[in-house]
Design a protein around this ligand. Structure first.
Ligand SMILES: [Zn+2]
Length: 190
């Protein structure tokens, strides 16, 4: 079956290759996220987009989940984690994102068998089996392998990462007292 949503993590077609709560030899306890893989005309390494308005709270790498970014969802206070990204996210901790902001590129870093997005949702920032939620449910898609997820095209065009531009004032003002007891003010570039 196929479902079309406004906040897909990929802006072209994907297929769910594993879903939340599955058990089996691939997983220590259960599958903790929803897996999206490219399908149809979607390129092998598609861009990934935020599924919510929120704030970047973590950008990291580990050997299991690969390159990751975590976003705290403004609406729910829950944490989305995008895993196995091709490279480190262009975003930084503290950056604001909107639904549709690019957060990275799908990849196969960490412990994987192929390119896909492993998308997790949790009530806590820490990775914890006891606090996971079903990302499929939150996105309004069936938690069923083989589901084709389509994007409805409604998100605004991706924005570049937000950035605080730090500008130093390039001049310094100082005063100097001369022997004749007169002061002179200087403006110097630094
Ligand atoms: Zn997965």
């Amino acid at each position: 079956m196929s479902v079309t949503i406004p906040n897909s993590p990929v802006h072209s077609d994907t297929i769910l290759t594993a879903v939340y709560g599955e058990t089996g030899p691939n997983w220590a306890r259960f599958h903790t996220g929803t897996d999206f893989a490219p399908t149809g005309s979607t390129p092998a390494n598609p861009q990934l987009f935020s599924v919510c308005d929120g704030e970047v709270v973590n950008v990291m790498y580990d050997g299991t989940l690969g390159n990751q970014i975590q976003i705290k969802d403004d609406a729910t206070g829950n944490y989305w984690r995008y895993c196995h990204m091709q490279s480190a996210s262009p975003l930084s901790i503290g950056d604001r994102v909107n639904t549709g902001t690019q957060v990275g590129v799908m990849g196969a870093t960490g412990n994987v068998t192929g390119i896909h997005l492993h998308l997790e949702l949790s009530t806590t920032m820490a990775w914890n089996y006891d606090t996971f939620l079903n990302p499929s449910t939150a996105l309004g898609i069936p938690n069923e392998r083989g589901t084709i997820v389509k994007y409805d095209g409604s998100a605004p065009p991706p924005e570049p990462p937000s950035e605080i531009v730090k500008k130093k004032f390039p001049w310094v003002l100082y005063a100097k007292k001369f022997r004749n007891n007169r002061w002179q003010i200087f403006l110097n570039s630094i």
